[in-house]
Unconditional design. Structure first.
Length: 326
């Protein structure tokens, strides 16, 4: 018996609002056992990014190998990668061991909330061409989506444009695109999910009839938006991991014959699990996105009044990752 396992591959944020620390908080809040591999060491806080120190790509790969060689990962969230070399090393590793990463959620982190750059310009092509086609879902915001399309000045300014660009991004090869509309100046925050029913990892399947879903939530007026992209993408990964958990062979349809005969031996007896993962089909992916969006809205609302910083009016504070469900 084990919990769902989610892996974060991202940069660090010593102030705890973004990166691997925010991911681990989110995993715990959602109910997944979290692991983290660090790609970059940053010096940052609510006021901005003071410095970025990249970690050698081979060291990043070594960290990831240590996790997936030992732990059965159900979902992986990928965030800040920093360099083209790290992107390429990780893409090759995922392509060769795709099943070991479970559901892959790629948050193409390019710029911090403060506006500081977090991805080298020469890494854009590697991210778009080598890593995006391996992802189950990518979660760009509007500026990131435009940059992935090679049109950094063509940031969507209407919901219609968001829908169009989500479908364009789907043609880059991921299974699904969640294009976040938070930069639109509307009273509601609308994210557009476009899915390719014909997808296979690493391929560029033709997108003939994309499935479109929209997720609307009230816009929360707050300065505490640091790490929202990290939090949403890691919540999607955690909810997907929970769905993909290995099943109890005694209750799973079609597996009853393989179930071991377990005699009751008191309170210490626990159910055994098979290695069979439940597939995260399109409906399950939509549900993971829906629940993650609800979780982020709650975290924003319950953290809106926080004053973590000594100077809360100057920067962007974190969300409340442990806001209770109501």
């Amino acid at each position: 018996m084990r919990p769902p396992i989610a892996l974060s591959i991202a940069g660090s944020d010593p102030s705890g609002g973004a990166g691997t620390l925010a991911d681990l908080k989110t995993f715990a809040a959602v109910g997944a056992y979290g692991c983290a591999c660090t790609t970059s060491l940053t010096s940052q806080n609510t006021l901005g990014v003071q410095s970025v120190h990249g970690i050698d790509a081979e060291v990043v790969v070594s960290q990831v190998e240590s996790v997936i060689d030992d732990l059965p990962v159900d979902a992986t969230k990928i965030g800040m990668l920093g360099s083209a070399e790290t992107v390429r090393h990780l893409a090759r590793m995922i392509a060769s061991r795709r099943r070991d990463f479970g559901v892959v959620v790629l948050d193409p982190v390019m710029v911090a909330t403060s506006g500081d750059p977090l991805l080298a310009p020469d890494a854009d092509a590697a991210l778009r061409d080598e890593l995006v086609p391996l992802a189950d879902v990518i979660t760009p915001n509007l500026p990131e989506g435009a940059r992935l399309l090679g049109r950094p000045d063509d940031v969507a300014t209407s919901l219609a444009a968001v829908r169009e660009q989500a479908i364009e991004l789907l043609a880059l090869g991921p299974r699904a695109v969640l294009l976040k509309g938070g930069h639109l100046a509307d009273a509601q925050a609308v994210d557009v999910l476009a899915m390719n029913p014909s997808w296979a990892p690493g391929g560029r399947a033709r997108v003939s009839e994309p499935v479109i879903r929209e997720f609307t939530s009230p816009r929360i007026e707050t300065r505490n938006t640091h790490g929202t992209g990290c939090t949403l993408s890691s919540a999607i990964a955690a909810y997907a991991a929970r769905h993909a958990m290995p099943v109890d062979p005694r209750t799973a349809p079609g597996l009853e014959e393989a179930a071991p005969n377990v005699e009751s031996s008191g309170a210490g007896t626990v159910p055994e699990q098979s290695d069979a993962l439940r597939p995260v089909d399109d409906d399950a992916l939509v549900e993971a996105v829906r629940r993650a969006k609800t979780y982020l809205t709650r975290a924003l609302r319950e953290g809106a009044g926080w004053e973590i910083s000594r100077t809360p009016d100057r920067g962007h504070g974190p969300v409340n990752h442990f806001a209770p469900e109501t």
